[in-house]
Design a protein around this ligand. Structure first.
Ligand code: S3P
Length: 172
């Protein structure tokens, strides 16, 4: 992986609550690289929040914007990019990342994910009556796809500093 890394960005994928933003920020700081979060970038360019975008334009529009933003972010050289949980489901985005980035799946179990998204109302996909069931369905659908990432790092309920260290170790 170290060889493959070269000047490529390190791109974190995985479900909501896996810790992509927190771990990504920490990894970037340890490696002295810039950090960027695709949801935050989308909010900056659209001047709307993610829930507002879902509400106003619907999920397909959000996904199209997300793919464009990520395509731009990966062109900007070596950095750490945390992506929104659905970004890696886009086949074009996956192909682009396979070519231009090193991808890391932050894999977590259902309890860990639910604990971390628990008190936050900023995930439109989890507004359902039974968010735990939705999360389980997303795990079933997405885990086989996330598994295509270059590396998998298990994100457990320990301090995320530990996960960041493990991620850097996995990079070789
Ligand atoms: C989504 C994950 C969110 C955000 C949007 C949709 C998803 O990002 O992009 O709510 O489809 O899993 P995080 O994974 O950063 O919460």
């Amino acid at each position: 992986i170290r060889e493959r890394l070269g000047e490529r960005p390190i791109v974190l994928v995985g479900l909501m609550g896996a810790g992509k933003t927190t771990v990504g920020r920490r990894v970037a700081s340890l490696l002295s690289l810039p950090f960027v979060d695709s949801d935050a970038e989308i909010e900056t360019v659209s001047t709307m929040t993610v829930p507002e975008l879902f509400e106003a334009y619907g999920e397909p529009e959000f996904r199209a914007l997300e793919a464009r933003v990520i395509a731009r972010l990966v062109q900007d050289g070596r950095r750490v990019i945390a992506t929104g949980g659905g970004a890696y489901m886009n086949a074009d985005t996956r192909a682009l990342l396979a070519e231009k980035a090193v991808t890391v799946w932050l894999k977590a179990d259902l309890d860990t994910l639910m604990e971390r998204v628990g008190r936050r109302a900023d995930r439109p996909l989890l507004k359902a009556a039974n968010p735990r069931k939705v999360m389980q369905e997303l795990m079933d659908m997405r885990y086989p796809v996330y598994a295509k990432a270059d590396l998998t790092v298990v994100s457990r309920a320990v301090k995320r500093d530990v996960i960041a260290d493990e991620l850097i170790e996995a990079l070789g």
